[in-house]
Structures are given as structure tokens and as C-alpha cells.
Design a protein around this ligand. Structure first.
Ligand SMILES: Cc1cc2nc3c(=O)[nH]c(=O)nc-3n(C[C@H](O)[C@H](O)[C@H](O)COP(=O)(O)O)c2cc1C
Length: 191
């Protein structure tokens, strides 16, 4: 699939078939993530591939419920993590992104660059998965502490995000975007 087509046709997928995804395919998707650019090529991303259904269910239960119309609503990705055969959890090793080679933070954004680098990897991952006919949905609404405990993530790393990976059971709805003219300015902000 051509890159622009993949970018425009990818959708968040929240319902999956239970069909397995073979190791080679998972490897291909992770390799695409690993080719993302990163701060000083420090590659702070670490991926945990979870296939075990019980562990996936435990992680799914760490997703946060969101208050909506005075009711607590389950995160829409909860069922997706239980259904899809693979869950990829993306962690960041701290002390890399945002730092000079001798470990000093060099910008006003401190160490938040780990979010940027892992996001780039995740975007590559979602596009590669889509190009291979697989679905993903990036998940941010979860208890990172609980997930770290379930997966044995050591200190010095942060659990940033996760996505189920599997064959879509629906097409995924189109979430419309703002008008381009609302977000692009010329020469100066606001113009
Ligand atoms: C940082 C981030 C966090 C997200 N967290 C969640 C989440 O917790 N649950 C969920 O169902 N979708 C989550 N999403 C998916 C967004 O809702 C989705 O990308 C957006 O609505 C646009 O739809 P599209 O991905 O189909 O284009 C997240 C996306 C991003 C980028």
C-alpha cells in the first residue's frame, strides 16, 4: 500500500476477529516501528508483545473509565484488547530522549521527548499494520502503574501506550478532521 493511501485510510479499530497473527507479521510491524526517527537516534522505545489471553484481560481491566453525562463509561478499547490475539505495549526507557550524550536535558521540554519518539514509533506501527490488513487502536486512557506491575516493567522505564493488533471485524468509522485552513497558517501564527 502506498504511504499516502495508508495514512488516509487507516482507522482506529475497536472490534477484532480472534484469528491469530503470526510471529513474522508481528515482527514486520515492529520493525517498521523501530525504523522511526528518534532524538539523537537514541531509540528509547521498548515493545512488549502480549499474546496470553489472561494477561491481555488484566491489562484491559487497567483501562480507565471516563465520566460522560454523569456516568462512568468503559474505555472503548477495552473489548478490543480482549478480542485481538496480540497486544503491543510500548514503553520508553528514560534518560535518553531530550538529553545530551552526557545525560543533560537540553530543551524547555525536559524529558517529554520520550513521548514524541514513542509516538513516532507507534504511528509507524499503526500504518505498517494497516498496510498488512491489520487493525490497531492507540490507547492512552489506562493506569500505567497497574500495567507496569502486570508486565514487570522495571524502574527507569515508563509505559506510554499500547495497541491491540489483529484482523479488523469492522471497517472503522471515519473520524472527521478539522478544516485544513483552521490549522495551517502562513508566515505568522493566525494568518
Ligand atoms: C494519544 C492517543 C490516545 C488515545 N487513547 C485512546 C483510548 O484510550 N481509547 C480509545 O478507544 N481510543 C484512543 N485513541 C484513538 C483516538 O480516539 C482516535 O485516533 C481518534 O478518534 C481519531 O480516529 P482515527 O484513529 O480512526 O483516525 C487515542 C489516540 C491517541 C493518538
Amino acid at each position: 500500500m502506498e504511504v499516502l493511501e495508508a495514512i488516509k485510510t487507516r482507522r482506529s479499530i475497536r472490534h477484532y476477529k480472534t484469528d491469530t497473527v503470526d510471529d513474522k507479521t508481528v515482527q514486520t510491524v515492529l520493525e517498521a516501528a523501530h525504523w522511526a526517527p528518534s532524538w539523537g537516534n537514541t531509540q528509547c522505545w521498548r515493545f512488549i508483545v502480549v499474546r496470553d489471553a489472561k494477561t491481555r484481560a488484566e491489562v484491559a481491566d487497567s483501562l480507565l473509565k471516563i465520566k460522560f453525562d454523569n456516568e462512568l463509561v468503559e474505555n472503548a478499547a477495552t473489548i478490543a484488547i480482549k478480542q485481538a490475539p496480540v497486544l503491543i505495549v510500548l514503553c520508553a526507557e528514560m534518560g535518553m530522549a531530550g538529553c545530551s550524550p552526557d545525560g543533560i536535558l537540553v530543551t524547555d521540554k525536559g524529558d517529554y521527548w520520550f513521548m514524541f519518539d514513542t509516538a513516532l514509533a507507534m504511528e509507524n506501527l499503526t500504518l505498517a499494520a494497516h498496510a498488512l490488513g491489520l487493525g490497531t487502536v492507540i490507547v492512552g486512557g489506562f493506569d500505567a502503574g497497574k500495567t507496569a506491575e502486570i508486565l514487570g516493567v522495571p524502574e527507569g522505564l515508563r509505559v506510554v501506550t499500547m495497541t491491540p493488533l489483529g484482523f479488523p471485524d469492522h471497517r472503522g468509522q471515519i473520524s472527521p478532521r478539522k478544516e485544513l485552513s483552521d490549522v495551517i497558517f502562513n508566515e505568522k501564527y493566525g494568518q
